[in-house]
Design a protein around this ligand. Structure first.
Ligand code: ADP
Length: 263
């Protein structure tokens, strides 16, 4: 949509003029948000449409030839099942994104990062039967939201697992946490874009591994919520490192008050 803008006059420097400028800036923001939302809905619908089309055509096949062709029957049921799982995964991720308010509900506590990472790595390794080596180069404690930190770690580990066959490694070195893989890597021209929603380097490949291009966009938001930074370093064919840099920044005015920093 396009909204009206208020005419501004550079020669005037009064309150009305300032309000007009602020109003126009707000309109810019609104329009940008609207466009983002629109493309989000388009992308999401497209992602759902692809598996639905597969389900529909296999269901049609079954309806017509299912009874006399047992080979076709097995193949169709298999494909329908696979696509159903995919759609379920996507709707789960979309729901997570829809509950974005939760991302900004930050509950910080003092956290000993070394043992925390070790524990998260162990449970991930167990769940996916992939060894994850934790290297405590320079362990540290920090005030942060453990649930969010764990979510971030899982997003990085999940990518490392999907795009690499070899063992995974996490390095803890104040104030960074690095998730290192020796997998297929990311081409230079794509690195900046992997944080965009629905962005995948290789669409065909990603379909097999089951990604929707949503993980890293969520990671970026989670990181922002805990005042951390995320960065990806990668070399095609060599591997990828996801780097989370935590900061000492305190989280809420209440906490600042406790520490007496606002007096
Ligand atoms: P997805 O669910 O598709 O993995 P992400 O947002 O997590 O979505 O990542 C976006 C894209 O970035 C992926 O589709 C993949 O192409 C690329 N990518 C992310 N992490 C890695 C990695 N560790 N190694 C290689 N490619 C990666």
């Amino acid at each position: 949509g396009t909204y009206e803008r208020i005419q501004t006059n550079e020669k005037r420097h009064d309150e009305l003029q300032e309000m007009a400028i602020t109003f126009n800036e707000m309109m810019d923001l609104l329009e940008e948000n609207y466009r983002k939302q629109e493309s989000f809905v388009q992308n999401a619908s497209h992602e759902l449409k692809t598996p639905l089309t597969v389900v529909e055509s296999y269901a049609n096949l079954l309806k017509r030839h299912g009874k006399e062709r047992p080979d076709l029957f097995d193949e169709s049921v298999e494909a329908i099942h696979e696509e159903a799982i995919r759609m379920k995964e996507l709707t789960q991720q979309l729901l997570t994104l829809a509950r974005r308010g939760e991302v900004w509900d930050v509950q910080p506590e003092e956290l000993d990062v070394g043992p925390f990472i070790q524990e998260a790595a162990d449970s991930f390794a167990k769940a996916y039967k992939r060894p994850v080596h934790v290297q405590l180069i320079e362990p540290f404690s920090i005030e942060t939201d453990p649930a969010k930190l764990r979510q971030l770690l899982y997003i990085f580990l999940d990518n490392a697992r999907k795009y690499s066959e070899k063992d995974l490694r996490i390095e803890v070195q104040h104030p960074h946490i690095r998730v290192v893989d020796r997998g297929i890597g990311i081409p230079d021209e794509d690195i900046a874009k992997v944080f965009d929603r629905f962005y995948r380097v290789d669409k065909a490949r990603s379909r097999k591994t089951g990604g929707f291009g949503l993980g890293l966009s969520l990671a970026k938001e989670l990181a922002e919520a805990i005042h951390a930074e995320v960065r990806i370093e990668s070399e095609e064919g060599t591997g990828t490192t996801a780097i989370l840099t935590l900061s000492e920044f305190s989280f809420s005015p209440a906490i600042l008050k406790e520490k007496g920093e606002d007096s």
